[in-house]
Design a binder for this molecule. Structure first.
Ligand code: AMP
Length: 422
């Protein structure tokens, strides 16, 4: 054991698992591209104030989970705990609001939250997210959810549950916050410290509470659905109808309010029964006030973030198998045939686009075949002294065990056609 260990709550992603991550990300890029999304890359570091202002002071993220530190000049910086606020900042700072709208952006990368590590919960975790800025129509909500649904289906998921709700527009939220505060105030003594504080700052947050006593109290609370403005109600109805039309299954969950302050109207989560306690795979929603809160014009937006660590944890085996990249060919020199010739044949085959391992260690044939099996190679190219003299090689197909002689000049084309159809 070395004395150097990774920081608690972080992970090393090692091969062959990294190939699975890359395949998931390639699928996201391809599917999101079909909907016109382009990649955005923002810094891991932001000014702390960005998150305080947008995610909200009363949230767990800002209250206790951020990696915040002063830089050498004493400015407060934070490792991003989420990426919607940074993307909205970059959108404004890049002047994208003056170009054609909507702007559709996706990102892939690490986020940082100082949470208690457990299965499915890390201090550095990874998200794949998408943000659509500049369109307030409920059809944008529906299209974004269709994109998410298509992505998850392409990965082979079938059993995920989509939870959908609306937190209403700003006017609905104000009305509901008052009603909830009015209901909870007489019971303030029964609330925990966090919830008591939130009673003043943001009573909606209390709905997230996991405390059994508070949950009991909340069962009798006024419903958000009864405080929606007509506009908010109509927006949500259209989103639901659109999803019905396209056969996307969802469950309306009126307790779902999401942990961040910037959400308006549609909010959603996707959960997986295979995940255990940390069962949320995707979180998202509309944020029509966020860009204005950052000092910009009122640009409505909607987006989601997929927890990539958790997604890969429950990834269907079918996709995992397709993602496992194995070299297709192992080249083995036999007897006195020099490793240099094996390397040369390897280079010829790589030039034809084949993934090749060259056996340079001079192993016995049996050991070399064992290695081919371990590597998951499909073909072994044997360079025996006799064949080399005839400018030929022996190719063994590990799938059916068949062996045949192929002229060396024809080898690359011979393998390439058969590997494509394999
Ligand atoms: P949120 O916006 O906080 O709901 O995050 C979106 C998604 O990111 C969640 O549904 C999780 O899948 C994932 N996520 C959030 N926090 C963590 C964490 N600490 N470790 C792993 N995944 C996380």
């Amino acid at each position: 054991m070395t004395e150097y260990r990774r920081v608690k709550g972080t992970r090393d992603l090692l091969p062959p698992e990294t190939a699975v991550w890359a395949a998931v990300e390639a699928t996201a890029r391809r599917v999101f591209g079909l909907y016109g999304y382009q990649e955005v890359r923002t810094p891991l570091l932001e000014h702390t104030e960005l998150f305080v202002r947008t995610v909200g002071e009363s949230t767990d993220i800002v209250g206790k989970e951020m990696y915040t530190f002063p830089d050498r000049k004493g400015r407060s910086l934070t490792l991003r705990p989420e990426n919607t606020a940074p993307v909205a900042r970059a959108f404004l700072e890049g002047g994208l609001q003056s170009g054609p709208l909507p702007v559709k952006l996706f990102y892939v990368g690490p986020q940082f939250r100082y949470e208690r590590p457990q299965k499915g919960r890390y201090r550095q975790f990874h998200q794949i997210g998408a943000e659509l800025l500049g369109d307030a129509s409920p059809w944008s909500d529906a299209e974004l959810l269709l994109m998410l649904d298509r992505f998850l289906r392409e990965l082979g998921f079938t059993e995920l549950e989509v939870l959908l709700n609306t937190v209403g527009d700003a006017a609905s939220r104000r009305a509901y916050s008052e009603a909830l505060r009015g209901y909870l105030q007489p019971h303030a003594e029964a609330l925990g410290a966090d919830s008591k504080r939130r009673l003043d700052t943001n009573p909606l947050r209390i709905l997230d509470s996991k405390d059994p006593k508070e949950r009991e109290l909340l069962a009798g609370a006024p419903a958000l659905a009864d405080h929606l403005t007509d506009a908010a109600r109509a927006h949500f109805a259209t989103v639901c109808e659109a999803l019905d039309d396209f056969g996307v299954k969802y469950k309306v969950s009126d307790r779902l309010v999401r942990g961040l302050d910037y959400y308006t109207d549609t909010v959603f989560e996707i959960v997986s029964r295979d995940l255990g306690a940390q069962d949320a795979l995707v979180g998202g929603g509309r944020y029509d006030e966020l860009v204005a809160d950052l000092g910009g014009p009122r640009v409505p937006g909607i987006g989601f973030a997929i927890g990539e660590d958790r997604l890969i944890e429950v990834l269907p085996a079918s996709f995992r198998q397709r993602a496992a990249a194995a070299p297709s060919v192992l080249v083995v020199p036999i007897g006195t045939v020099p490793a240099a010739l094996a390397l040369k044949v390897g280079e010829e085959l790589r030039g034809a686009g084949l993934a090749v391992e060259v056996e340079a260690a001079g192993r016995a044939l049996r050991k070399a075949l064992e290695r081919a099996g371990r590597l998951g190679a499909r073909w072994v190219v044997l360079l025996g002294e006799d064949e080399v003299g005839r400018e030929a090689v022996t190719v063994k197909d590990l799938k059916d065990g068949e062996q045949r002689e192929v002229p060396r000049g024809a080898l690359a084309a011979w393998l390439a056609t058969r590997t494509e159809s394999a």
